[in-house]
Design a protein around this ligand. Structure first.
Ligand code: AMP
Length: 232
């Protein structure tokens, strides 16, 4: 199963990706995390991506496509995987379609988390991340057990640079401009729109329900066009 998780920055994609990955036992691949890892490691790719990411823009398709193709060719992806933050452009979506076909994967299933902008801005100011295991917390919905400290490894949580408000608003604008054509690209594929302005546990329950129901139904019946969202 190949899942594409869409949603604006700060919508809780990272949390849902982790929950889905644990539940389906498939890797969750975030191109944002991969790029941040490159930056931290000080690689040439990381240096190229750094200024673009800091300004809220998108890293070039060629760079991200090459990075993604290498990642999904690894053995842990053989039974499927979930992509978080990719594809971000129609060019990436076209590239991914071809890559999936050539690699013998089924067409991707699209999960779209939809959250109003006002709710997003509020959420972002309360987002924290663990520098070690990359887990994302939200002080409102998913706080750590001890303030400022990761539940899993005890590392001090931090606020990501690209979560600063002006950078965040630029990311939202970029997201809006670029995502609509990408979602339109997938209108003939399995597409599920899920309200993301609720608790992570509630959202996850709905995603699980959607995926379970689709296993019980033929693919054609489970499909929804992008213009007729399935709000679960
Ligand atoms: P994210 O963690 O997914 O919000 O990504 C953080 C930043 O990494 C984005 O604002 C982009 O600058 C870059 N990035 C992540 N994924 C992609 C992608 N698929 N295409 C281009 N840039 C990306």
């Amino acid at each position: 199963m190949v899942l594409l998780l869409f949603g604006p920055p700060g919508c809780g994609k990272g949390t849902q990706a982790r929950l889905i990955s644990n539940s389906l036992k498939i890797p969750s691949i975030s191109t944002g995390e991969m790029l941040r890892a490159e930056m931290q490691a000080g690689t040439e790719l990381g240096r190229m991506a750094q200024s673009i990411m800091a300004s809220g823009g998108l890293v070039g398709d060629d760079i991200v496509n090459t990075m993604l193709a290498a990642r999904i060719s690894r053995p842990d992806c053989s039974a499927g995987f979930l992509l978080d933050g990719y594809p971000r452009t129609v060019e990436q979506a076209v590239f991914l379609d071809g890559l999936l076909r050539r690699s013998g994967f089924p067409p991707a299933i699209i999960l779209h988390l939809d959250v109003p902008t006002d709710a997003l801005v509020g959420r972002m100011t309360s987002r924290r991340q663990c520098p070690q295991c990359k887990r994302i917390y939200n002080l409102l919905h998913e706080p750590p057990k001890s303030p400022g400290v990761c539940d899993d490894d005890g590392a001090a949580l931090f606020t990501r640079k690209d979560d600063r408000e002006e950078v965040f608003r630029e990311r939202l604008r970029t997201y809006d401009n670029l995502t609509q054509p990408v979602l339109a690209h997938y209108q003939d594929q399995e597409y599920y729109q899920i309200r993301g302005d609720r608790s992570p546990a509630y959202i996850f329950e709905e995603i699980t329900g959607v995926l379970e129901r689709r296993v019980e139904r033929p693919v054609e019946q489970a499909s929804r066009p992008v213009s007729e969202p399935l709000t679960c």
